[in-house]
Design a protein around this ligand. Structure first.
Ligand SMILES: *[C@@H]1O[C@H](CO)[C@@H](O)[C@H](O)[C@H]1NC(C)=O
Length: 138
């Protein structure tokens, strides 16, 4: 009797510990952490920083019909479907990224967006620069 209630206690406690660990894991991915690593691994290349071309390629991946312009619809849908942060604000992000205001994101905007992220202006976006600005803007 005594023994089985000890076992039960032990089992309950193990479950609680596992649950807390899992919860912590999920929480630490918050704030777009998961997409952040995916973007960086996929687009930044082996030197672990963005060149202007690599950075443009990331934004252009939203261009579903391949016409060179990311429309607002393409952006909003892509942002939501890929699980990027704060999807309810995608229209505001689009407006902010559209540096040459013509309601599409394209080669006119990418150099401006690049310069916003490349804070030391040395022609490549380091992981630190990317993380800092990504978290602030989105
Ligand atoms: C830009 O600076 C980073 C360090 O902040 C360095 O790793 C990188 O090589 C530099 N890139 C260029 C093109 O100078």
């Amino acid at each position: 009797m005594y023994r089985s209630s000890v076992n039960q206690n032990f089992t309950m406690r193990s479950f609680a510990i596992i649950a807390v660990a899992l919860f912590g894991c999920v929480m630490s991915q918050g704030g777009g952490g998961a997409n952040f690593d995916q973007i960086f691994n996929r687009y930044a290349g082996s030197d672990n920083q963005f060149s202007q071309a690599e950075f443009s390629r990331f934004w252009l991946h939203f261009d579903d019909n391949g016409d060179g312009d990311v429309s607002k619809r393409e952006f909003d849908q892509g942002w939501r479907q890929e699980g990027f942060p704060n999807p309810e604000n995608a229209p505001l992000f689009f407006e902010r990224l559209d540096r040459v205001a013509d309601e599409v994101l394209n080669a006119q905007d990418f150099p401006h967006i690049f310069r916003l992220f490349d804070e030391d202006g040395n022609g490549s976006i380091s992981e630190r620069e990317f993380r800092y600005n990504w978290n602030a803007y989105f």
